[in-house]
Design a protein around this ligand. Structure first.
Ligand code: TYD
Ligand code: MG
Length: 454
């Protein structure tokens, strides 16, 4: 009997060691090294049962001007949000990894795209049965009949089916359920994930078929498996959102074929995910009359302007220590803004509870939301509603100065398009817009805002 070969892998970074040790010398993590059984026959190729190995092409250096790029046609996925995030569609021979929390809708998104595609698509699932997938497909309401479902986890069997079917696009749900015969450790282990991905990359590059993989994430939000998994693939997408809210955001963390600034927005409905093409209109709650504590921020998510509603509630603190809580906004930043208000605007917020909420379950990193947060807090503190057609786009500094933000003109135009009458921006922003219907209020200090609003 052949000797069982084992190797030690760091579960954090995927480094390989010949013996166990307490700390990974590569990423310095403790207790992450685990023994895995590996046994590799001579050849590990996606065409395992293909006896004739094709003669290897030796690549030659080419002048950059001579490289042909005309063949770089992309597969249009019929989903404008998905196309946008990918940078225009799926590139032939590319590997795309989609990560996200359990239940966020990864399988739903990819099944929906697979059903809409005009190409022959193979959806390989190692997680659900064909019946379950059919039931889900019926909810989504299929348009085409070009989608094949395979429930299989062994890569060699998958490749056998692929050779018979010759699909144009392959979707694999999920990389953690696959296992290859060439490695003996269990599915989901580092060595299996590495091996299966390598086989899929080889397949994708040799046949110019785009492959989309679903990846689980760990509790701290990283894609489960070695970090090198993210280096191996061409594109890493992240599907995120609050599971209790309907909005889902698709972001590119890495993209070899496009920018990572683009963003796709979906709404989870009873019949699958709906593309949200006009996010600003949905994120602003329709209300009768004006309510205190609400302010609208003109933010940018990636390249897209997004009008977001900020709600604040300021009330007298019942207990000794006032409470501060923020949903969708950095709590430290909220404390900083409160301190600025205390010092610069004379508000005694120390004896008040402050709650802040960004509507729609969205998390905002754009510093341009600061001024809207300040306005919402002031409005709630005074119990006076701001006019509902006011909006804000500026960062607030520690000394209470209102700082300029990037691409302010794009924000102003979006606000104008949505019918806002006034936008508050920093005096230091250079604006060369002419003939705008919207009033542009330039302010330089938080105190100015207090003067205007209260
Ligand atoms: P799923 O796509 O299985 O998530 P993941 O693959 O990321 O784990 O499921 C997403 C959730 O979406 C599930 O809890 C049910 C819900 N859902 C809808 O609300 N509408 C639908 O049409 C579908 C198919 C699912
Ligand atoms: Mg799933």
């Amino acid at each position: 009997m052949a000797k069982v070969k084992t190797t030690f892998f760091c579960q954090n970074c995927g480094s390989q060691f010949s013996k166990w040790q307490g700390q990974c010398t590569a990423c310095k993590a403790w207790n992450t090294i685990v023994e895995e059984v590996v046994q590799k026959p001579e050849k590990s190729d996606w065409k395992a049962n293909n006896a004739t190995t094709p003669t290897k092409r030796v690549s030659k250096p080419l002048k950059i001007g001579d490289i042909d790029t005309t063949e770089d046609i992309r597969f249009n996925t019929e989903d404008t949000e998905f196309n946008r995030v990918l940078g225009g569609g799926l590139v032939p021979g590319s590997l795309t990894l989609l990560g996200g929390e359990p239940g966020i809708g990864k399988s739903t998104l990819l099944l929906q795209i697979a059903l809409k595609l005009p190409f022959k698509t193979l959806y390989v699932s190692g997680e659900e049965s064909q019946k379950q997938i059919k039931m889900r497909a019926e909810r989504i309401n299929p348009k085409t009949n070009n989608c094949y479902i395979l429930t299989e986890t062994k890569t060699q069997n998958i490749f056998r089916q692929i050779e018979a079917l010759e699909p144009d696009i392959v979707v694999v749900d999920s990389i953690q359920t696959l296992h290859s015969d060439y490695i003996e450790s269990s599915s989901g282990s580092i060595s299996q994930i590495k091996e299966c991905t390598t086989e899929l990359i080889k397949f994708a590059k040799e046949t110019a078929t785009p492959v989309i993989l679903i990846g689980h994430i760990t509790k701290d939000g990283h894609i489960a498996g070695p970090k090198i998994l993210e280096h191996m693939v061409d594109t890493v997408l992240q599907f995120e959102g609050d599971r209790n809210h309907v909005f889902r955001i698709l972001r590119a963390h890495k993209n070899r074929f496009g920018s990572t600034n683009e963003l796709g927005i979906y709404e989870m409905q009873g019949s699958g995910l709906r593309e949200v093409t006009n996010p600003s209109e949905i994120l602003i709650s329709k209300k009768d009359g004006e309510l205190s504590g609400n302010a609208v921020a003109a933010t940018l998510e990636g390249m897209r302007p997004l009008m977001i509603e900020v709600q604040a509630l300021v009330s007298s603190a019942v207990y000794g220590t006032p409470q501060r809580s923020a949903t969708g906004f950095n709590a430290k930043r909220l404390n900083m803004l409160l301190a600025v208000l205390e010092k610069r605007a004379g508000f005694r917020l120390g004896a008040k509870d402050v709650f802040l909420n960004i509507t729609g379950g969205i998390t905002v990193d754009d510093p341009a939301i600061d001024l809207a947060v300040v306005a919402a807090i002031l409005s709630s503190n005074e119990d006076e509603a701001l006019p509902s057609d006011y909006c804000f786009a500026a960062e607030v500094g520690l000394s209470g100065e209102v700082r300029p933000v990037q691409r302010v003109e794009q924000r102003i135009l979006e606000a104008e398009k949505l019918g806002f009458s006034t936008i508050f921006v920093s005096k230091y922003n250079k604006i060369s817009l002419k003939n705008t219907k919207i009033t542009i209020q330039l302010i330089s200090k938080v105190e100015d805002l207090v003067g205007i609003l209260v």
